[in-house]
Design a protein around this ligand. Sequence first.
Ligand code: HEC
Length: 141
Amino acid sequence: MLRGTPAFTAALLLLLTGCAGGGAGSGPSSEGGVGLAKAQLARGEAIYRERCYACHEVESGIGEELSPRVLASYHNARSLYDYIDLSMPHDEPGSLSAEEYWAVTAYLIENRGLARLDAPLAEEVADSVRLSTGSRLEAGE
Ligand code: HEC
């Protein structure tokens, strides 16, 4: 009974344009996830150099070497993040933002070959990112 009335046509148009708009912009492509992950790693590396390097990467540094084996003992990204968030930098614990802690944790995981990150490391995925020294060996390195 509504068919053919201006109201029906308007409703139909709204519906169609609404769908088209939602469709075009929705769903970050996997490529977008990788791009964001790369940006996070670059940021993490910069933070690591600025805030962690002096103690962990120089011979006279007071922090031990953060080797793959040491880091893998945290088992997953969540517990590594929790430790760093709570205790590091040793001279100023808690002085980074959550975003910075995620970035530096992601950098260490990727740099030491403990897991592959195809999307930025964050709260929602951290439990499922398992850390293993084997991932580098499996890759033939
Ligand atoms: C002022 C020196 C200092 C700075 C800066 C520092 N650390 Fe540390 N870090 C230490 C010391 C000392 C320990 C050992 C702490 C302990 O055993 O209680 C340690 C331990 C650690 C551990 C645990 C290693 C293990 O054996 O389990 C991790 C992971 C870590 N640091 C990461 C970081 C990260 C990431 C940063 C930068 C955000 C950072 N640290 C900055 C001194 C430092």
